[in-house]
Write a protein that binds this ligand. Sequence first.
Ligand code: R5P
Length: 301
Amino acid sequence: MTTVVVGGSASGEIGPNLARALKAEYFRIEKKDFPDGEFVVKVPFDARGKDVVIVQSTYAPQDRHIMELIFIADALKDMHAKSITAVVPYLAYMRQDKRFLNGQVVSAHMIMRLLNASGIGRLVTVQPHKEKPLRLFRGRADSIMPIETLMGRVSRDLSDPYVLAPDIGGLELAKKAARILGCGYTHLDKERDRITGIPRIKNKPHERFDGKQVVIVDDMISTGTTIMLASKFAYSRGATEVVTAAVHLVMADGARHKLLQAGVTRVYGTNTIPAKNSVIVDVSGEIARAFGKKAGRSRKS
Ligand code: R5P
């Protein structure tokens, strides 16, 4: 089998690292920008009859990165690649997975339809906000949960941790994190105003964290408001230190400042999105393992 990995402009080190792990040849996509903001991609190898793995994350500017991904896939289809797999470490638009307000688009579904139309036959992504939208993808879809790698790194720095999920949606992640760290866990109950987008804590657990280093875990940090609220809560219940570990460090403008203000001493994340001033772990190894797994099993990894 001839597998070739091609990295898009938003693939970072995951492209070459994955190619090494799969013992595949690696190419970087050629991209030419036009003065009006449009661009064209060129696949720099003969893809005919090859199993091609595209690596392209879809962090900001999300739309350009998504367009680049589907352009590469379409070019590969035209070149008669034998198979096209898309490794999308951060898959954008997954939070809008239902119609929260009348008239809204269900963006996560539309993204799946786009991927289907572009000729991608298999999708591998890392910790999507929810698994359900992946069901609309027509081919095999795997999601990687890099919690072992992330917590493995966190555990090196903490002696007396306690895991806190900022909302009920993060409970499964918190349970796994606590198991790996060998400590207790609890969760907050958060609700988000669907008009303003601002979250607030609805119900608080009874636990105290006296003398503990609280690890707030989440799938992503976007504006930082969720982690800020959780950090303030942890300190109000006696935590000596608060750190946060999230798979995707989206870190929209102002997020870093909010975390600092709320006393978060360290931010841990993965390289699905480039991030500064954070402790970053590489997820390429976990992605590579998905290629050795049978369909349906890697979702639980
Ligand atoms: C939402 O349910 C997610 O799991 C995150 O908690 C959320 O996206 C974080 O957003 P922000 O950093 O803007 O509060």
